[in-house]
Design a protein around this ligand. Structure first.
Ligand SMILES: [Fe+2]
Length: 240
């Protein structure tokens, strides 16, 4: 019998968290152009995420689930401090790295919103649609997928970031610029996992509900996998 717990455990082998992008990012340094492709696409998704979460909050009527999702949104927007919003912290890291790879202007332009791939746009649009879906079981399943892949995602992104640490003259400064990763690898993502599970449990009281939750879960994970395969392809990480 498929249980939610067994599916959440199996996420470790899903292509959303095991893919050629992560393999390349964690094993070697990217060129400036490869960094630009990563920044344009991952940056777009991260920037859009609070809007999707707001749709999730808005479409959720159960008060406890609504509160759990609101906590995630509040965290994503820096707990009320705009300089700590996650997209702002990500931009700071990417620009600091771009400076050291000699592609600051290109990466700034990429972060300003140009150059997202169709697979990235499909994820942004699909996430928003799932989170606001009239069948709330699909929405809570989609949010479970996001949060349960997030810790592995941030951990792998941070491991890759460490490949560039020697480019910083001051080691402390490297860690300061890595605040985006530390915000996630710390408490935030562990809390979000629990919050997403509490949110989902509200919609799994009847027989058959789990199938709908898992449909939203699977669809979101596929969209996330497609983001990474799209970036890997465009950046040419297979080539060297
Ligand atoms: Fe975040």
């Amino acid at each position: 019998m498929t249980t939610l717990a067994s599916r959440l455990q199996a996420i470790r082998s899903h292509r959303a968290v095991n893919n050629p992008f992560y393999d390349a990012w964690t094993s070697k340094r990217f060129t400036g152009e490869q960094l630009r492709v990563f920044a344009a696409n991952y940056g777009s998704w991260v920037r859009s995420f609070p809007d999707s979460l707001a749709a999730l909050v808005q479409a959720t009527s159960d008060i406890e689930a609504k509160v759990e999702y609101s906590k995630t949104l509040h965290s994503e927007l820096g707990y009320g401090n705009p300089t700590k919003a996650h997209s702002v912290l990500l931009d700071a890291f990417l620009i600091a790295l771009a400076k050291r790879l000699g592609v600051e202007d290109d990466v700034r332009q990429a972060l300003a919103g140009s150059g997202a791939l169709p697979s990235t746009q499909a994820l942004i649009d699909g996430e928003l649609r799932l989170y606001g879906h009239a069948d709330r079981r699909l929405a809570v399943g989609a949010q479970l997928a996001l949060e349960w892949q997030a810790y592995t995602m941030l951990r792998k992104l941070y491991e890759g970031a460490r490949n560039y640490a020697q480019l910083w003259q001051d080691e402390d400064e490297f860690h300061e610029d890595c605040e985006y990763f530390y915000a996630h690898i710390g408490a935030a993502e562990k809390d979000h996992k629990v919050e997403s599970l509490r949110g989902a449990e509200k919609y799994m009281s009847r027989e058959g509900d789990l199938d709908h939750v898992l449909a939203g879960y699977d669809e979101h994970l596929t969209l996330i996998a497609d983001l990474w395969f799209g970036i890997a392809d465009k950046a040419g990480v297979y080539r060297h």
